[in-house]
Design a binder for this molecule. Structure first.
Ligand code: AMP
Length: 273
């Protein structure tokens, strides 16, 4: 890290940062590509943050593929990889306490299903920002609510770091890439394409059919596979994540979905207009 700081401080170079939890796929690598095109120095991190897991089983089970990850980052010439220990990120009790209020976003949708999750996310990103001090940081639209929480974290702490949202990278059949997709059985993997199809159904029916009706059709499409249970599926104001009943209730809309399968959850979203 000392070498990184020297290079940043002496060179007046733009530094971009890509925080991840590893098990890297093309979605993560697209963030690195975006980062590289905007900055002189790109720094990725891999840290599986225990504070953002509300189920310890999920934390234990989270895929760890560090050798492959290093190889992938090397292949796309990411300049640095930061691999902190838990002690580096959380050196004392104080560093584990979030000093601002996330507000509405904390306990809805992902926050409701995963209590404490967004506090953990906001804390780890804030700490990583302190350690790396980048000019820009890159996040995926895949975790849409997370991005809104991090925007709030940046505002509340008056940070000078600019955060950028990069598009969802998908498999050929539309399934959003995720480190957790490897846990799908062959049948589940095939049927998981229905999640993106359901989101598209909402998008193509923008201003055509009532939101309520099209939401029901979308849920039905996903739940055709009886392993799949929709936890939430909503059309929301894309800046506040407040749900809307009518297409004209907000200027810009996002449809968000979470699906529970045995031992696994998948989330996705699509910008509607
Ligand atoms: P994670 O390792 O799951 O914490 O993700 C690290 C970053 O990669 C987050 O900003 C995610 O939103 C982003 N990401 C994960 N999956 C995708 C994807 N399919 N497309 C684009 N970005 C993604």
């Amino acid at each position: 890290m000392k070498a990184v700081y020297r290079e940043i401080k002496t060179g007046n170079k733009k530094t971009g940062f890509i925080p991840t939890m590893g098990a890297l796929h093309q979605g993560h690598l697209s963030l690195v590509t975006n980062c590289k095109s905007d900055n002189n120095i790109s720094i990725a991190s891999i840290f599986i943050n225990p504070l953002q897991f509300n189920e310890s089983d999920d934390f234990q089970k989270y895929p760890r593929t560090i050798e492959e990850d290093i190889e992938k980052l090397r292949n796309i010439t990411c300049d640095y990889l930061f691999l902190p220990s838990e002690k580096d990120v959380y050196p004392d009790e104080k560093s584990r306490i979030l000093d601002f209020n996330i507000g509405y976003l904390e306990n809805v949708y992902e926050g409701q299903v995963r209590p404490g999750h967004f506090k953990g996310v906001a804390l780890v990103v804030k700490r990583l920002f302190e350690l790396i001090q980048p000019d820009f940081a890159y996040f995926g639209q895949k975790d849409y609510q997370q991005f809104l929480v991090l925007q709030k974290m940046v505002q509340e702490n008056d940070l000078k770091i600019k955060i950028k949202m990069c598009p969802v990278i998908r498999e050929d059949d539309g399934l959003a890439m995720s480190s957790r997709n490897r846990f799908l059985t062959d049948d589940q993997r095939k049927d998981a394409a229905s999640i993106y199809q359901a989101l598209n159904l909402l998008k193509v029916n923008y201003q055509k059919k009532p939101i309520d009706l099209i939401k029901k059709e979308a849920v039905k499409k996903i739940e055709l596979n009886k392993d799949f249970k929709v936890e939430y599926l909503d059309v929301c104001d894309s800046t506040t994540l407040k749900p809307v009943d009518e297409w004209n209730d907000a200027e810009a809309l996002v449809a968000i979905v979470a699906v529970r399968l045995p031992g696994l959850r998948l989330i996705d979203n699509i910008l509607i207009n």
